[in-house]
Design a protein around this ligand. Structure first.
Ligand code: SF4
Ligand code: SF4
Length: 452
């Protein structure tokens, strides 16, 4: 039987007590492109600082008060465990506006799993009987009724595929490879779903879209509605059980099914299929020399930057780190291996962008905060649904960072990041184009099949 939020919080007690309240987790390094000097850029959300350690917790930046930064939340967890504090609406309203971006966990030298602590704290808060905020109650009700948090009809989940002439892949019985599309790409950012499926088709992959696919449960694991999340998990495990590999185009779904599901499954249960994000596949084929791109006049000379989604970037890196530390017999030596593995992980999408630079003629430029130090897009952790103003201001701050390096196109590999960055780009007039990397490849017909 799955553990309760309170049981998980108790299990994390040792980690919680490791926190020395040093507050290093509020900062991250900003300064990748030149790595020298001090600089600033006047953006739509004020001044973006680069070249040094800068405030990086979106919740702390937005609300300012001590309790909203990660160190404050760890203190709340400690006080709940010691009995000095009880759950209440006030406590909920401090622990919920957090994007669970993991920036704090990536910075903590004590390697405290802050996101696990915050998520357990939220689950314990819900279990204690404190009501969820109204918007979270709404998405919880919608997903229970319709299997997606957007209120979309089940029969319209793959409308994008039928409209794009890709209907033959729905419940394609011959395929051993699946494409888990997720709710955002199915009902909102259909460009991402269409582009990914078209690239699979162009690569000659026999894949299937599973009609019984439901929400991966990510928002519900994050906001403490873990019973809802587990029900969704069970439905997906049943629907995808006969596949060998499942591909993803959404960072959140990929993280949830790869990292969260095994933690919530029974101890003797294993994920029945391998998982891989579509960008990993494309990157691998480039490295193997199997993919080239065609030059493109429209894209030639365009400055393109890349936003690392927290869920495919930092969250995988942190999981990798925790796993390697757990299995380590010589931590001093193994930390070098950990850092190398993390570096290699973050390079995967960059292999595609560099190849696009070489073949297509784009100019790939990094933002100042990247990889483990990357600023969040503001969409995750139930924040986009629950606190849209905070969410969009955070996305605008990220757009400021893309403006600071004069990007024409801001790319990412997650439809949820795409949505939030694109909305902030429009709302605050950042003047860029927001696109998925695979969406760019598909929209501009860049795949050169001469080598395939
Ligand atoms: S979580 Fe880590 S970095 Fe943050 S205050 Fe605690 S010990 Fe310091
Ligand atoms: S997960 Fe992100 S938003 Fe939440 S406390 Fe940590 S850095 Fe701040």
């Amino acid at each position: 039987m799955a553990k309760t939020g309170m049981e998980r919080l108790k299990e994390l007690e040792k980690e919680i007590y490791k926190c020395i309240h040093c507050k290093a987790c509020r900062f991250a390094y900003s300064g990748e492109p030149s790595k020298n000097g001090i600089g600033e850029f006047a953006g739509k959300q004020g001044t973006v600082l680069y070249e040094g350690m800068v405030d990086s917790c979106p919740a702390g930046i937005e609300y300012g008060w001590e309790a909203f930064w990660n160190a404050g939340k760890i203190w709340i967890a400690r006080s709940i465990l010691s009995g000095d504090l009880e759950f209440s609406d006030e406590v909920r309203d401090v622990i919920m506006p957090c994007i669970t971006c993991g920036q704090c966990a990536a910075q903590c030298e004590n390697k405290i799993p802050t996101v696990d602590i915050i998520e357990s704290l939220r689950a314990a808060c819900v279990e204690s009987g404190v009501s969820m905020i109204e918007k979270h109650e709404l998405v919880d009700r919608l997903v229970k009724e319709l299997n997606n948090p957007y209120g979309g009809k089940a029969e319209e989940r793959f409308k994008w595929a039928k409209d794009a002439g890709l209907g033959k892949y729905i419940n394609n019985k011959s395929a051993k490879v699946g494409y888990y599309v997720g709710c955002t790409a199915s009902y909102r950012q259909i460009e991402v779903a269409t582009a990914t499926a078209k690239i699979f088709e162009e690569l000659g992959i026999d894949f299937t879209l599973i009609e019984d696919e439901v929400c991966c449960g990510s928002p519900f694991f994050r906001i403490g509605a873990v019973d809802t999340a587990q029900e969704l998990m069970r439905k997906n495990l049943e629907a995808f059980k006969d596949l060998e590999t499942v591909y993803f185009s959404c960072a959140g779904c990929y993280r949830t099914i790869t990292i969260d599901y095994p933690k919530w499954m029974a101890e003797d249960e294993k994920l029945p299929f391998k998982t891989m994000h579509a960008f990993e596949l494309v990157s691998k084929l480039i490295t193997e020399g199997k993919i080239k791109f065609k030059p493109n006049k429209e894209l030639k000379g365009k400055v393109v930057t890349y936003h690392d989604p927290c869920h495919t970037g930092r969250h995988f890196a942190l999981d990798m780190e925790q796993e390697m530390i757990k299995n380590s017999k010589n931590l001093m030596f193994d930390m070098r291996k950990v850092n190398k593995a993390i570096d290699e992980w973050f390079e995967i999408p960059r292999v595609i962008l560099r190849k696009l630079e070489e073949d297509v003629g784009i100019k790939f430029v990094e933002m100042y905060r990247i990889k483990n130090n990357s600023m969040c897009c503001g969409a995750g952790g139930g924040v986009r649904a629950g606190y849209p103003d905070f969410s969009l201001r955070t996305a605008s701050l990220r757009c400021d960072e893309a403006n600071a390096v004069k990007a024409d196109i801001l790319t990412t590999e997650c439809p949820f990041c795409w949505r939030n960055l694109s909305d902030a780009n429009d709302l605050y007039n950042h003047g860029m184009q927001v696109m998925g990397v695979l969406e760019m490849i598909s929209t501009y017909n860049l795949l050169d099949k001469s080598n395939m």
